[in-house]
Each structure stands twice: as C-alpha cells, then as structure tokens.
Design a protein around this ligand. Structure first.
Ligand code: PTT
Ligand code: SF4
Length: 612
C-alpha cells in the first residue's frame, strides 16, 4: 500500500500488550485517514453505551495519508474517543511531532484501550513498545512533563501529554504538545487520564511509503514556496488568527459577557495589533512555514501562545480587557490541559451565575485574580470548580434557575468564539457540527455576513454543507492543517496532487466529497446509536440565548435568531443531507455511502407479526 503504512498499533493497557494490525486497502480508500479512521474504528469496535471514562473506551490517535511527509502543514494528528463531555463522537486536531514520528515508526494510528494499574508513559520506538512508570510525572503540568521527557528521549521523538486537568478527569481536558498545541476539545485529555496514561512518546526511523517520492519532494518544495508567495502571508505571519478579534468586533460577533453581547469595549486592547506590540516570537506545528502561534509574555513574564479563540473566550467573553492577563489564563489552560474555548464558556457561565445570585461565590466580570483562582479550582475540581469541571450543560442542570437558557453549548460541547444572534448559518453550523458546537467543521460566518447575515436563505444551507464536507470531512481525514487552504487560498488542486504523489491514485473532487460524506454520516450514526431514545432534532438547536436574549448594544442592537425560521432551515439541511425529520441518516443514504452495518443498526427490519 503506498501513501499509508497500512498498520494500526493496538495497545491494551490492562494487559501491557501492543499488537500491530494490518488493515485492508479498502479502509484507506473508503475513509482516507484521521477522523475517517477514528470514526470507523469507534463505530466498529466500541460497544454502544460504553462509559467514556471507563477502560473500555478507545483512545485513538490517527494520521492521514499526507501526515509527516514533509509537505506544508503536515504535522497534524487527530485524537478521538467517545466524549465524556457530550456522550457522542469527540475529537480534536493537534499539531505535534508525535504525528510525524508515528508515521515514521510505521503506524497510521494508535488504538488504546484498557487502564493501566498505575500512571504510565507509553514509549513507542518503531516496532517496540514500552510501558514506563510515570509516578514522578503524575501531578505535573504538561509543559514540565514534556520538557523532562524531551531530556530523556532523543530529539527525534514526539510527545503528547496531559496536565492536571486530564488527570482529574475535567470533562473538557485536552491533550497537549509543544507547550501550546492543544487538541481534543471534548475531553480527550480526560479519556487519556482515565486510562492512567500521562504521556505518549513516539520515535520512528523508517521511510513513509510513497508512490512517487521524487514528485512528492518537488511538490513539497513548490508548496512551501507557493505558501510564501500568497499575498496574505506577511500579515498572517504577523498576526495569525488573532486579527479575528478586530473583525468580530467590527461585525458585532465578538462573544462578550457569556455571549450576551457581540461587542466588547475593551476589544482593541486584546486584538491582533495589541498582540503584535507584545509579541516575542512565532511558534507552530511541525513541517509548517506559516507558524501561526503568536508568543507573548504574560503577566507573570512567562511565554504564552495565542490564537483568536483564546483571546475572545478568555478575554471579551469574561469581560477581561488586559492582554497580559488574558495570556496568563491561556498559559495556565495549556499547562493544565484545559480547552480554552470550553473554559471561557464555563467561566462566563459562572460569572453570570454569580451576578444572578445562583451560586454563592462572589466573582466579577473582568476580575483577573478571582478568575485565575477559579481556573485553578476547575483544574483541581475544588469547590464550585467541581461543578464547572463537568461543563456548562451539566452545571446548568445542577444550579437551575433557568441557567440552561444561557449555558452556551450544543450537545454538551461549549460554543466557539462567534456570537450568532444575527448569523443563522453559523448557528446551524454549530447545531450540526460533528462534535458539538465547534467551528472546525464549518466556519461560514465571514461568507454569511457578505451574503446577507439576517436571512435564512436556502443558499446558506448549500454553502454550509459544502464547507462541512471540505473542512469537517476532507481536511480532518487528510492529516494536514487546513489554514493554507482556507486562510491563504492554496488551491484544492495542490491537495489532489499531493494525494496522487503519496498514493499513486487519482482523487477527483467527487470522490473526495463522497469520502467526506461517508465519514460525516458515520459520525452522525454514532451519535444516534449512543443517544438511543434520547436522540431528537432538538439536539441540533443552538443555545437558547440566541433566540431569547436580544443584543443590547452596538449596530445589531435588538437582534435575535428566529426559531421558526431556524427550524425550516434545519429541515432543508436534513433533506439535503439525506436525513429524516429527526436528523437521522436515512437507510438509503447510508447504503449509498456503503455504510451497510450502520444502515442495519439504525434501521432494523420491523419484526414479522407473530402468527397465533
Ligand atoms: C481547536 C481549538 C482552537 S481552534 C483553538 S484556537 W483556532 C483553541 N486553542 C487552544 C489552545 O491554544 N490552548 C488550549 N489549552 N486550548 C485550546 N482550545 C482551542 O482549541 C490549532 C490550529 C487552530 S487554532 C485552528 S482554528 C485550526 N484547526 C484545525 C482543525 O481543526 N483541523 C485541521 N485539519 N487543521 C486545523 N488547523 C488549525 O489548527 P482542537 P493545535 Mg487544536 C494555545 O485542537 O481540539 O481541534 O481544537 O490543535 O495544534 O493547537 O492547532 O483559532
Ligand atoms: Fe499549525 Fe498554524 Fe501551521 Fe496550521 S498554520 S500547521 S495550525 S502552525
């Protein structure tokens, strides 16, 4: 098989075994890699109803056919499992050398089950796998853990680890790498912690099998040059994603005060230009010349790596307009391994609950010391932190008082940083995303604002589906970062050429769309199977606040979403996806995509009437 190593490593932590498993070429053709592999493995191997924090859950680290082969942006790894936060499919996409070395060690993916009897580190070096004692690391943050491991192992190794949040099973704990890459928003770090797995170190010395290595070599060199030549490159290098703060502010979509507003008076102080004044360097994922992580010194004088989401969720959404302080909260989140998006939501929720007298803790918008202390309490599950560590859906159930109306989540995953009071397509993107309210699958808001933000036009549904196939399907399966494509405009033909050089096969747009559609439908089927009787179309609704609480400030004052029109849009969306009125993929849709087992399980034959 060219382009794939064709091997998964199955690790069992109950038995301390690691067994290589060759897979059929058809799996690669049908699911490509990354999220595709993860979805297929979870569907096939995870028993429905498995407790996400039990040893039976599977933690999957999966690469794609373009991972680690020296192409621009090719150091990405999908980390997936059944999510403890949502109870459905969960994953994240992390930039890490572990992705590169996993492929060089001869694996397209790791599948980890069981639970070690005491904390361990998994060390993989080509075909050898060791289970090392991690007692001395347990209780340490992810930066210290990785730094120590880097001293112990050669430079040619990659490390992913968890911080204290993962150990303490915080439901939105992430996996961390390289002091600032964090992946697996829906609690992949907690799944790792539940297995007593502190870190994974990967070394690999082999060649990744390629169909046309010479073509690939040339394409890679040309690809880096092409990225450099893009007109948006110089500004990207200066600000990365952080300029989105100013854009959101201008367009009234910057989450502020727990998404009550889309406008923040302190936005300038936490935006891209303010960041530039404090910037001390760029960092990034392996094999990337776009290095979009902007490093600044935080209020403790320590390095903190910033992206847009971190600035908005730990800044405007909690009323904090001091960039050095926002950076400290961000660094703490990276050290503990807490997802910044969910953390910003949970903090905003707690601040509003305190303001409304629903919790006894006195915490105030923008009060850095109070908020910092709460972040520590969440990571260590102390006091009200114990409730907040479960995420906003669960916290709202606990504290009541109508707080479910401003608990900002979809299916349990907290929303990322785009206010949707006046953005129905973006709200639908959150409503129907594969993991809950994340923008990864479809960031349609910039297009929507140009296309006329207030309307519920059917064209928006078409555009959304196209984006979901591209971003949520294709880029999650390829094993590369999507930023060169969607932020700098590197054409799709580049990726088709890369795929051809890697695998020797032609991938037409139709073929790629079909693969993406298959992956996204299988993920949907997984959710439906897990939720069982609890499944309903109401799970595809965005947070109630956007329907009920009009914006009170700025040019969009008075704006809300319209439930009736959203519902019509949702019907249109379901029909175009081949799903029924309840958002369940129809039998014929699943069969058309070759998902026969899913078709059988979701649509069992009606029982024959018994003859008496
Ligand atoms: C991603 C999510 C994002 S999306 C951001 S900022 W973004 C937040 N970053 C966090 C962080 O940092 N520290 C932390 N403790 N928690 C964080 N949570 C949030 O996580 C990230 C980049 C970004 S930065 C984005 S959009 C793109 N996402 C990609 C994707 O999803 N797929 C893909 N093929 N390519 C992508 N490229 C870009 O990668 P999750 P990373 Mg991330 C400090 O992990 O779970 O997908 O959540 O992995 O290596 O940090 O790269 O404006
Ligand atoms: Fe990583 Fe940013 Fe490069 Fe993408 S553009 S690979 S997120 S450093």
């Amino acid at each position: 098989m060219k382009g794939w190593t064709g091997v998964f490593l199955n690790v069992n932590l109950n038995k301390n075994t690691a067994v290589s498993q060759e897979f059929e070429q058809s799996l690669a053709h049908d699911f490509l890699g990354g999220r595709g592999f993860a979805a297929k493995i979870l569907w096939d191997r995870l028993k429905a109803g498995t407790d996400p924090l039990s040893p039976e859950n599977l933690l999957i680290l999966a690469t794609g056919p373009l991972t680690g082969i020296g192409l621009p942006n090719s150091g990405k790894l999908v980390v997936a499992a059944k999510s403890p936060l949502t109870g459905g499919y969960g994953d994240g996409n992390i930039g890490t050398l572990a992705a590169v070395y996993m492929r060089k060690a001869g694996y397209d993916g790791l599948v980890i089950e069981g639970k070690a009897s005491s904390p361990i580190i998994l060390h993989i070096k080509d075909n050898a796998c060791k289970f090392l004692d991690a007692q001395e690391y347990w209780g340490k943050n992810s930066f210290i853990t990785e730094a120590h491991l880097k001293q112990q192992f050669p430079r040619t190794s990659g490390v992913v680890s968890i911080g204290q949040a993962g150990e303490n099973l915080v439901k939105f704990a992430t996996v961390v790498s390289q002091e600032g890459r964090a992946g697996g928003r829906p609690g992949m770090g907690a799944v790792m912690g539940s297995k007593n797995l502190k870190a994974i170190v990967v070394e690999g010395t082999q060649q990744i099998p390629l169909a046309n290595p010479e073509d690939m070599h040339k394409l890679a060199a040309d690809g880096y040059k092409e990225v450099l030549s893009k007109p948006l490159y110089p500004f990207w290098k200066r600000q990365g994603t952080t300029s989105t703060v100013e854009w959101c502010q201008e367009n009234g979509t910057l989450p502020s005060y727990n998404f009550k507003e889309g406008f923040f008076s302190g936005a300038e102080a936490i935006g891209g230009f303010a960041m530039e004044k404090m910037k001390v360097g760029n960092r990034g994922c392996p094999q990337c010349n776009m290095t979009c992580g902007n490093v600044v010194k935080d209020s403790d004088g320590k390095d903190s790596e910033l992206d847009y989401e971190n600035l908005a969720m730990l800044g405007s959404n909690i009323g904090l307009g001091n960039l050095a302080e926002v950076s400290t909260l961000n660094r703490l989140a990276d050290e503990f391994g807490l997802d910044t998006i969910s953390l910003g939501n949970v903090l905003g929720f707690a601040l509003e609950a305190s303001e409304k007298g629903l919790i006894s803790e006195k915490i105030h918008w923008g009060n850095f010391e109070e908020i910092k202390s709460l972040v520590n309490d969440i990571a260590f599950r102390r006091g009200v932190g114990r409730v907040l560590a479960e995420g906003v859906r669960s916290a709202a159930k606990k504290i009541g008082g109508g707080s479910n109306e401003w608990a900002m989540h979809v299916k349990g995953l907290e929303v990322s940083a785009y206010d949707c009071h006046m953005a129905p397509a973006m709200a639908l993107a959150y409503g129907t995303s594969s993991i809950g309210a994340h923008h990864k699958d479809a960031w349609v808001i910039t297009w929507e604002i140009k296309a006329g933000r207030g309307n519920y036009d059917s064209r928006k549904v078409d555009f959304l589906i196209q984006q979901q196939l591209l971003r949520g399907g294709l880029f999650e399966a390829l094993g590369v970062c999507r930023f060169a494509y969607n932020s700098l405009g590197l054409g799709m033909d580049w990726y088709q050429n890369y795929l051809h050089a890697a695998t020797g096969e032609e991938f037409s747009i139709d073929k790629l769309d079909m693969i993406s559609d298959r992956i996204l439908n299988l993920i949907r089927a997984f959710w439906v199977r897990e939720y069982g009787e609890q499944w309903s179309r109401s799970l595809d609704l965005p947070p109630i606040r956007w329907f009920k609480d009009p914006l009170t400030e700025g040019s969009l004052k008075g704006a809300t979403l319209d439930l009736e029109q959203y519902d019509i849009m949702l019907d249109d969306y379901y029909e175009k996806r081949g799903w029924n009125h309840n958002g369940v993929p129809k039998k014929e849709t699943l069969e058309r995509l070759g998902l026969m087992e899913a078709a059988k399980q979701l649509h069992p034959k009606p029982l024959e009437p018994k003859l008496v």
